[in-house]
Design a protein around this ligand. Structure first.
Ligand SMILES: [Ca+2]
Length: 182
């Protein structure tokens, strides 16, 4: 038996396979588990490579493997835009960010190729921003005020937990336009 451990028990034997293997139906060998086919949701944005006894998730250039090795996370930092008109991206934010940091803080488009951000009520938005707008994938609060420092000339932006506001007026669902309080 490959890599497995068997133990004789009264009139029979009991076999156990190491992690990444499963006992064959006849109970005589340990067979590799093909995690790429069996593990739902594993390595969805990457290239899954099944190996003997294990599995590997390979990520596209600019993406990073998550700490547990199960997912590719888009770590590319590119321009973020507050307006998207037709094919054009307008209103760039002060600094380059990841797509998540950009689109989960209600920007309109992201990237050197000006891709529209997913709309808030779509599955794609939920996947990118699982805890809704204003928070990252681990629940961390985004400081929208720091991300949009040049947008709010003459107004005061106040970062709050999971959201932000301008001059006591909450802007949570629409394009951010800073209004002076007077
Ligand atoms: Ca395997």
């Amino acid at each position: 038996m490959l890599a497995g451990k068997c133990q004789n028990v009264a009139g029979s034997h009991l076999c156990q396979c190491p992690k990444g293997y499963r006992l064959s139906p006849d109970g005589n060998e340990c067979l590799d588990v093909n995690e790429c086919l069996e593990k739902v949701g594993f390595c969805v944005d990457g290239f899954c490579q099944n190996t003997e006894g294990s599995v590997r998730c390979e990520c596209p250039v600019g993406w990073q493997l998550s700490a547990d090795g199960s997912q590719c996370v888009d770590a590319r930092e590119e321009p973020c835009y507050n307006e998207h008109k037709g094919k054009f991206c307008l209103g760039p934010r002060g600094q380059n960010t990841t797509r998540r940091n950009c689109c989960c803080t209600l920007a309109a488009a992201w990237g050197l190729d000006c891709q529209a951000c997913p709309a808030q009520n779509t599955k794609e938005f939920q996947k990118l921003c699982p805890l809704g707008a204003g928070r990252g994938g681990d629940g961390e609060d985004f400081d929208e005020c720091a991300m949009m420092e040049h947008l709010c000339e003459g107004g005061t932006c106040v970062n709050t937990d999971g959201a932000y506001r301008f001059n006591e007026i909450s802007f949570s669902n629409s394009l951010i336009i800073c209004k002076n309080s007077d």
